[in-house]
Design a protein around this ligand. Sequence first.
Ligand code: GLA
Length: 743
Amino acid sequence: MIKITESQNREPVFHLQAGDASYIFAVFHGFLLHLYCGPAISDDDPEYLLVRVNHDSVVPRPADTPESWFSPDIAPQECPVWGTGDYRPSALKLRYDGGCVTPGSSATALRYVSHEIVKGKPVIDRQPAVYADENEADTLIVTARDPSAGVTVRLYYTAMRDLPVFIRRTAAENTSTAPLTVERIFSASLDFTGWGERAELLHLWGTWGRERHMERTPLCHGSVSVSSRRGASSHHHNPFAALVSEKTTETYGPAVGLSLVYSGNFEIAADTDPFGSVRFMAGIEPTDFAWRLEPGETFVSPEAVLSVSGEGVGKMSRAFHRLYREHLCRGEWRDRERPILVNNWEATYFRFDSDKLAAIAKDAADCGIEMLVMDDGWFGERNDDRSSLGDLFVNEEKLPGGLKPLTERIRALGLKFGIWFEPEMISPRSKLYEAHPDWALGTAGRPLSVARSQYVLDMTRADVRDWLFETIAGVLSSADIDYVKWDFNRNLTEAASAALPPERQGEILHRYVLGVYELLDRITAAFPHVLFEGCSSGGGRFDPAMLYYFPQFWTSDDTDAMERLDIQLGTSFVYPASAMSCHVSASPNHQTGRETSFVTRGHVAMGGAFGYELDLTKLTPEEKDLIRRQVAEYKRFAPLVTRGDLYRLILPGDTMNGRAGCCAAWMYVSPDKTEALVTFVVIRTTVHPVYFLRLEGLDPAGLYEDEASGVRYRGDTLMRAGLNLTKTWRDGESVMIHLLRVG
Ligand code: GLA
């Protein structure tokens, strides 16, 4: 819902309401000023929220200053621009070639011009974006203009009706008479005044094999920020951060999550000024970004999603989950339970042939597994990671007769078949590189860095993308293929393109991302039945934009169940369980050497899209029996995991019964609260551990039965007193409790 009232100055005040959250901003003498973003409030004109602080003489005032106290440096702005008196980080910085302002200058001023409300959420361009129809959302479009340079900026605000979610986007149109360069354009920027309690930034950091670990850090006067400059959203920081208070918990306190729907360089920053106002902003990281706009051209930013909660970060996450599951993921697989698969990577690495795959598939079929995925190594001369990326023709020594006979063998066993690709890469040792050395992204006259012995293809080039489309489509049409794992195993360096003029080289990193999106659009549209899974050396590109094309993503190359607790629970701050690919692998684990029981590996992997990643032919009959049971269990629980509401009960770093880091627990609850699945894992045991696990999300008046023991509890008892899990636990032991409502 979007309400517009008039302020005392007879200028518009915009009150956007999404679910039970409010976002309010106002026009104040032409400036767009932020007033409030948080749990819903009912006053339509809370102009008193505007802090009128007296400032000192070093703070500039614009020539058309409306009131003596006013300065852009202090005012809470919706789209802060560079060069006209707001010295905090800007959301927009433009450099003008000339026109009506000094050639080469960069000062910009914006004043409100008009606004418009549209039902639903308009499609602005082809970048990945949340979709919503006219019954699901309303969008406000505010137009502002620089009166001197003549540039026009449009700010898009979508308010979801049933979710506490606002979506923002910024578009800059060159309506001046000369070209200009966009040097900085953020998707969203909000100035929070009066946050009160000490504010913290909650974010997800990581590295390869250790993605999305949650960390909270106090804000300071100055900037606290997370970013990627790697050409991809990265393992190192996820394009997400939440502003919380030091007292915020899973169930208590304010949380405003900001998630950027983008797969390239990004920055999310919280900048605190001397008056305690916090500028919270997200957008493209500007280090190597410079986008030329000719007169008449527009640049549209990626979109930023704000999830607002007054009751802790759990609620913030559940709003992200529903939004991304139902309004970002697309296609035939969006709402479907995913096939339980076995992937041969950790089973064989590069050493496999058709017979080996068929042997794994036979055991898989015997255990009830539904799909075999053939990973890296099936093409060119790829017997290790030093060659052949780009040579997507079948290695007939490994797969005699090509893909068709193999897929027929797998299908005859009743299994679906999936395949691995890493399309955006090129090995220096490949036929493709011999034929097209200029297709590698790179700076001429400078040796190219290698990572995993490979270069990156220049995805900014239409001819490269066309060739990739034809080649991938050729493989996917050559046999019955149900699933694709789309990998991306290195970051970008020496980014330059032979196909672009000098003044456009600053566009490369963004153009790369747009090129990937274009290719993914074409491939996913041409093969609508295929289930696509994203991957990037594990979860190095696990971002919302990828979920627009792939309904699931390989969460991490670290398959150790104990490590996965941090990774999966961290990932769950933004991403739904349906999007997290989680596999049971061998013990001792290949990445850490840790031994964990088969049961616990299964319980942890059932926290997402479930599968196996081990050599089934080497398992004991008892282990195969366990797989049969796990497969049957997961088939029953999949609807709950895929579409239920997630409650994080204990994070691995939390304190339980006086000890930090000893347990982890989470639960899924069906939307109608008739069913719940609780998982409890003991990471490090102690003598006589006493554990009471307080549940969440149940109906307090409901009567729930523990399916295994038949014991019945009231919802309020489970949520207030908790489940008594006191017994002797071993390290790495776990339990899954299925509760059904019986009254
Ligand atoms: C990446 C992926 C792995 C596997 C290998 C194959 O590391 O994350 O799952 O596919 O590539 O080379």
